[in-house]
Ligand binder design. Sequence first.
Ligand code: CMP
Length: 167
Amino acid sequence: MYVINMWLDRVSDPVARSMWMIGSTSFAMIKPDAVQAGKVGAILARVQEAGFEIRALRMVRLSRVEAEAFYAVHQGRPFYAELVAFMCSGRAVAMVLEKADAVAAWRLAIGATDPAEAAPGTIRKLFAESKGRNAVHGSDSDETAAREVAFFFPERELALLDGPVAG
Ligand code: CMP
């Protein structure tokens, strides 16, 4: 037990965790439009084919307050109300992805925000309906990734996924 607690304390330490995460981790989300359209499996296949390791994954249903908080950076922009309403309109899938240079790699894999401008073969080109209903989300920086991962996944839960067997 002592050893397990030592290990959990080390991984939960903010400095150790940020060193573990920075550069190799992105937060990702499959948005309600793609979940509703039955595209979760197809998108997860592309995630793995693109070489990302799925470190954590959970199906979620955001409350209005949670959607507002997650997208607080966009508060005041003309699309904010629509974005919040859409993000809490149904289930989403939250993920922690790992790969070298994960934030840039995931943004490359999903393509431009507007599917009309996304490169061929990208996830948004293949699965998104519009700029607002654009199938997937990706962090825009390492700092944002750390904040977004923490928003959905408690540190202790992430530590347990990779730790010694519990109980
Ligand atoms: P996402 O990568 O999740 O980050 C913010 C989201 O806001 C973005 O994807 C889009 O879905 C949405 N968004 C950005 N610009 C617009 C816009 N002009 N109109 C509607 N939604 C937008």
